[in-house]
Design a protein around this ligand. Structure first.
Ligand SMILES: *Cc1c(COP(=O)(O)O)cnc(C)c1O
Length: 454
């Protein structure tokens, strides 16, 4: 069949509160044109993030009731551990309350002054946790990964030649090589199995640990099945196992590809490293069999991991982003190509050439999406990256608007509605104006800056 259906029925629903354009005009002004300041109740379609926003299944809801809240050695932990090890055969699994907690623990042990950590692209919390220890983070993604119009099938790949040169030069200060799958900060682009294996081989050749940030491992595995010829006839579960077979550990946010609303873990093979991490875990998260989570959360993750590798789900998941991207392109709305796993990235700078980067074309489009259709998206451009530590302002490399897709939450008619809102905006796009910032904090300004339309 040509139509890829949502492979689920809906048993519990959450009503969307409808708003009018006039109402949204007032709400926007009250929020100083910053969508982070808009209440979720006032949003029709919330595409701010795919993190922690997944719909849980009936089986996950049932698993919550079965959660064992014992302080030590709870049955929930052992179900969680077994589900993790079923896909990722690491010796030690430490639950954490989110992915960033796993990163903080890892780098408190292997980070520090003089340390250098290469990756394809570090996610912002990973980079921040590395830098917080005095260490440095380096992004070595292939050149194609930085070109929004390049259709390379694996734009998240590590540049192996640059990695070799990096390790040859800085080897002594490098505790591990990391790889993010899919490459979130690089547009949700996948890494090929061949590149994962080659990255592991280069790391091991230099005697370095190879660690994977596995947040969207299942989406990455399905991209491998679709795009890597030798993998076309393999089961996603087996591809996942192969992706992690040469790794020495992983960090994970269960808020992504585990269908959970909270949670994460750090997994390691090295006994000594795991012991140090566990000591740190007790200090910051909790006892090693719950690590910052309730027993019920561990059970939701355990069940989520069984569901996320379902190939009907993954086909629907990747098709959702591709469908919206194709329809936007047909309207003349430029997007980053090819569409990634969890989000569509609209190139607002190209779409709104009359708005200079320092008047924030991405923010202008994000505000228009809310005003015209109650859609909440996220500017990833000059608002987010333009403020330098010395207070100067410079245009970011690109001005993008990210439409992140929560898992199993919206249907095709929601997607069609999003496209229709874009259609209305595109008709009068030269009327859109930029904005100026009237107040901002010193860092991470996108969360709380106040804007005024020009
Ligand atoms: C979300 C994310 C993280 C951090 O996880 P949290 O659960 O939000 O702390 C780390 N890496 C990647 C690639 C992510 O997408």
């Amino acid at each position: 069949m040509r139509t890829i259906i949502e492979p689920f029925r809906i048993k519990t629903v959450e009503p969307i509160r409808m708003t009018t354009r006039d109402e949204r005009q007032r709400l926007l002004a009250a929020a100083a044109y910053n969508l982070f300041a808009v209440r979720a109740d006032d949003v029709l379609i919330d595409l701010l993030t795919d993190s922690g926003t997944s719909a849980m299944s009936a089986a996950q809801q049932a698993a919550l009731i079965g959660g064992d809240e014992s302080y030590a050695g709870s049955a929930s932990f052992f179900r969680f551990e077994a589900a993790v090890k079923n896909l990722f055969p690491f010796k030690h699994v430490l639950p954490t309350h989110q992915g960033r907690a796993a990163e903080a623990i890892l780098f408190s042990v292997i980070g520090g002054k003089g340390v250098k950590v290469p990756s394809n692209t570090h996610f912002d919390t990973t980079r921040a946790n590395i830098e917080a220890t005095g260490a440095e983070a380096f992004d070595l993604v292939i050149a194609e990964g930085l070109d929004p119009n390049n259709e390379h099938p694996f734009k998240g790949n590590m540049d192996l030649a640059r990695l070799e040169a990096f390790l040859a030069e800085h080897g002594a200060g490098v505790p591990c090589v990391m790889l993010t799958v899919t490459n979130n900060a690089g547009g949700g682009q996948p890494v090929s199995l061949e590149n994962i294996r080659a990255t592991a081989a280069v790391a091991h050749k230099y005697g370095k640990r190879f660690l994977i940030d596995g947040c969207r491992f299942a989406e990455n595995a399905f991209f491998i099945k679709l795009r890597e010829k030798s993998q076309a006839n393999r089961r996603v579960e087996d591809i996942v196992r192969d992706m992690f077979a040469d790794a020495d550990g992983m960090t994970m946010s269960a808020k992504k590809d585990a269908f959970a609303n909270i949670g994460g873990w750090l997994a390691l093979n090295d006994d000594t490293l795991a012991q140090s991490a566990r000591e740190r875990l007790i200090l910051t998260e909790g006892f090693p069999t719950y690590g910052g989570l309730a027993g019920r959360d561990l059970d939701a993750i355990a069940q989520g991991l069984k569901e996320i590798v379902d190939e009907d789900y993954l086909a629907y998941r990747l098709r959702t982003s591709a469908y919206v991207a194709e329809r936007l392109e047909a309207l003349g709305v430029p997007t980053v190509k090819p569409s990634g796993g969890h989000a569509i990235f609209v190139d607002a700078r190209t779409f709104l050439p009359h708005i200079p980067p320092l008047n924030y074309p991405g923010q202008s489009l994000a505000v228009a999406l809310y005003l015209e259709g109650g859609i909440r998206s996220c500017e990833i451009g000059t608002v987010m990256f333009g403020l330098q530590s010395d207070g100067r302002e410079v245009p970011a490399a690109m001005d993008l608007v990210r439409l992140a897709m929560p898992r199993r939450v919206y249907t095709q008619s929601h997607a069609d509605y999003v496209v229709e809102v874009f259609e209305n905006i595109a008709k009068n796009k030269e009327r859109l104006r930029g904005l100026k910032i009237v107040w901002q904090p010193r860092r991470m300004r996108h969360f709380s800056a106040k804007f005024m339309p020009l």
